[in-house]
Design a protein around this ligand. Structure first.
Ligand code: NAD
Length: 482
């Protein structure tokens, strides 16, 4: 392979499926919407069964020789790929800002995270694990790639979430088809185009489509593994569809994360961090804090401080360097949130800040006012369901047993945090939270070095870390008689 300058993409304006390293148009096309101004973006392919069959066949044909490379050899390809992405930082930043509605600060974070994810994951190697070595026999467990993997991705991190799947699948020797969300297909298609210049034919394919495409992939007998990130409702459909062919399935689903703020918490440190992790990307993050439980002794001071902090958060689109809060990413999620905001007056909830949300005048973008709700009832929709938007309930507690019960009273179990000066006591409390990732004095800190995944309805399996790589393999145990 030569230097990254050989991997220059000519343009970021036209978009094709990537199948077997070819740019493949489709008869039918569609356009996604820039959520900051509601303008139509460029045309993208709408894949059919034929496109799916072609991509699966290409990935199947590529599998044996890709599998037979060493992890080091595959890592060389992936290193070239991440270097080529880094060389196109500006173009990807612009495209990501437009398709996701992210202000530059949010775009920068996603691009940093994905580059970091690839670099750090490439340091891992799955090794054979010796289970027994006696005079009589040796037993070894090793990890074998599964075959053709499909990554199905949501719209909130259109690049990062697919990259986590791609790098793990490819490093472990699988071939891959990336299915982006119909709401944000652009960066994935360009990543595929870049990949087509770097990887052997058929190793990395990208298919864009409408809502019919996911089921075509989960039903396909040639696909061996589905790694899905998205909502709980769709995750259940994916698992059901995969059952008939016994595909391996990883599900990274929704969350309703609680943060528990203890009476001794340092408010000057805690409030900005909790607020940042609640309103980041306008709340459209699986790991955002969705419920904040604050001890009654500091409740009033906490509310006053979080209102001041939220007031300082500027809203704006992909060209606003000062903006922290972007628009809601799409009309479907926007409509769901408008309905949730309308519950505020219907249920007579107490608004500490924000609250009023009028439907967008055509062309003004899917913006919503960041909103703080003061101690709503525990059974209100805002507390029970994942809001996935910039409206956050602050809830009062007085009894430790009771607050743990309330934090765990969710069908979801993605993350949870405890905020306190007493780190030992806080860590003890985190052990009682029913969630895949728990933090003390932090939230949403995840990274390539450690696995993440959900308990309960928040998912099955994990991504990232060594265990994330193992999820892309079948275990094989060898018994050697001496
Ligand atoms: P979604 O479930 O509507 O869609 C996710 C993806 O699934 C899209 O690509 C969509 O086209 C595809 N899809 C839709 N129907 C399908 C079907 N029947 N079979 C196969 N694929 C199908 O989710 P969304 O609205 O795009 O994303 C928001 C949700 O994702 C939230 O619940 C959020 O918490 C969750 N999420 C979870 C994580 C995590 O790591 N746990 C990360 C980000 C987002």
């Amino acid at each position: 392979m030569s230097t990254t300058s050989a991997y220059k993409l000519d343009n970021f304006e036209s978009f094709y499926n990537i199948i077997d390293n070819e740019l493949v148009p489709t008869a039918k096309t569609r356009r996604a919407v820039d959520p900051s101004n509601e303008e139509l973006l460029a045309e993208v392919p709408v894949s059919t069964q034929q496109d799916v069959d072609r991509a699966v066949a290409a990935a199947q044909a590529a599998f044996p020789s890709w599998r037979d490379l060493s992890q080091d050899e595959r890592a060389v390809y992936l290193t070239t790929f991440v270097d080529a992405i880094d060389a196109h930082q500006q173009e990807f930043a612009q495209l990501l800002g437009k398709e996701a509605g992210k202000p530059p600060q949010g775009v920068g974070i996603e691009l940093y995270l994905l580059s970091h994810q690839i670099h750090e994951t490439l340091k891992f190697r799955l090794t054979e694990e010796q289970i027994e070595d006696t005079d009589e026999r040796r037993i070894v467990q090793r990890y074998i790639p599964i075959g053709v993997g499909v990554g199905i991705v949501p719209w909130n991190f259109p690049m990062l979430l697919g990259i986590i799947k791609l790098v793990s699948a490819l490093l472990t020797g699988n071939t891959f088809i990336w299915k982006p969300s119909p709401y944000s297909p652009y960066t994935a298609l360009k990543l595929g185009e870049l990949g087509a210049k770097i990887f052997p034919k058929g190793v990395f394919n990208v298919l864009s489509g409408d809502e019919d495409l996911g089921p075509l992939l989960t039903a396909h007998p040639g696909v061996a593994k589905i790694s899905f990130t998205g909502s709980v409702a769709t995750g259940k459909k994916v698992m059901q569809a995969c059952a008939s062919t016994l595909k391996r399935v990883t599900l990274e689903l929704g969350g309703n994360d609680a943060a528990i703020v203890m009476p001794d918490a340092d408010l000057a440190m805690t409030v900005p961090k909790v607020a940042t992790m609640a309103y980041f990307h306008s709340g459209q993050v699986c790991f955002c804090i969705k419920r904040v439980y604050v001890h009654e002794a500091i409740y009033d001071a906490f509310i006053a401080a979080i209102v001041e902090f939220v007031k300082s958060l500027k809203s704006g689109g992909p060209s606003d360097a000062e903006a922290v809060l972007g628009p809601i990413q799409n009309s479907m999620q926007y409509a769901k949130l408008l309905e949730l905001y309308s519950q505020v007056s219907k249920q007579d909830l107490k608004v500490a800040y924000g609250g009023e949300a009028a439907s967008s005048q055509s062309g003004s973008g899917f913006y919503l006012p960041p909103t703080v709700i003061d101690n709503p009832p525990e059974d209100s929709k805002l507390v029970v369901e994942e809001q996935f938007g910039p409206i956050v309930p602050i809830l009062k507690w007085s009894d430790e047993e009771d607050v743990i019960r309330r934090a765990n009273a969710s069908s979801m179990g993605l993350g949870g945090s405890v905020w306190s000066k007493d780190i030992v006591a806080a860590e003890r409390l985190t052990r009682r939270l029913e969630a895949g990732t728990v933090w003390v004095n932090a939230h949403f800190e995840v990274g390539p070095q450690a696995a993440f995944g959900g308990h309960k309805n928040s998912g099955i399996g994990v991504e990232s870390g060594l265990d994330g790589l193992k999820g892309w393999c079948n275990a094989q145990v060898v018994w050697i008689k001496k």
